[in-house]
Design a protein around this ligand. Sequence first.
Ligand code: CO8
Length: 266
Amino acid sequence: EQAYRHLRVEQQGSALLVTIDRPQALNALATELVDELQHVVAQAAAALADGWPFRGLVLTGAGGKAFVAGADIREMSAMSPDEAQAYSQRMHRLTLDLERLPVPVVAAVDGYALGGGCELALACDVVFASETARFGQPEVSLGLVPGFGGSVRLQQRVGPGMARELIFTGRQIDSAEALRIGLVNRVLPDRESLLAAARETVELIARQAPTAVGNAKLTLGAVAALPTEDGLAVEAASFRDAFTTDDSRAGRAAFLAKETPSFPGR
Ligand code: CO8
């Protein structure tokens, strides 16, 4: 078990629970914290290359007040333009690595998810929120623009009109509005039920064929920005790939035999 300064990592059932634990700064994304997240994701990817020790990541924030209150404004205030670009690119790498993991990532958002915190949630496959969650892209209030992927992923998730309104006004929205615009999948009454729902979702995923879930996640990511026909070509190729797996043989055979499939995970 690796010791981290700003993270807690524990396995709960089929889920790897990663808790961002820097509550004194509302879990703001200090460089060191981003590096630790990058390390966890790399370790997770390495573990998944050898098998399926867990079937989903759950990402949450400690302290009850924030998921992540954004980039670390104190650290950012001393940055040169080139350092700011490198910081943005460091965060981009982390979000791309989360998107490349062959298991889904569920964000469990309790409290503030602002700026880089909202953008971190947007890089997760599924976003659940508690009733007290608040989302926003306040960068323009600091004279900045989104730098951790929001320009791309907020539009993809909620559409160009709503993304523009949120980014140009910097206004915060509550979890009910976030649900209405499709930024979150589900709202739970409190932290306990939030984490339970995230874990239950991973357990549902864990009953499905591992290679198929991984293939579906990577395909959804790959086709998101493609024209329809190009996306469909990628889908046909990944559909073909599914027919090469032992998981699909086991799944098809179990269906015909009216049995519950046991997936070999390859
Ligand atoms: N960075 C550093 N410290 C923070 C941050 C942050 N983003 N947010 C909160 N903190 C610290 C506070 O400074 C405070 O520390 P201290 O006790 O030492 O004074 C502690 O956390 C608690 O915060 P508050 O006392 O402010 O708590 P409140 O309940 O009064 O307010 C808010 C909560 C409304 C969330 C408030 O803290 C706030 O507005 N925070 C900043 C939110 C924000 O603007 N986030 C966006 C940052 S910009 C961003 O993410 C851009 C990403 C792209 C960067 C591109 C690369 C350069």
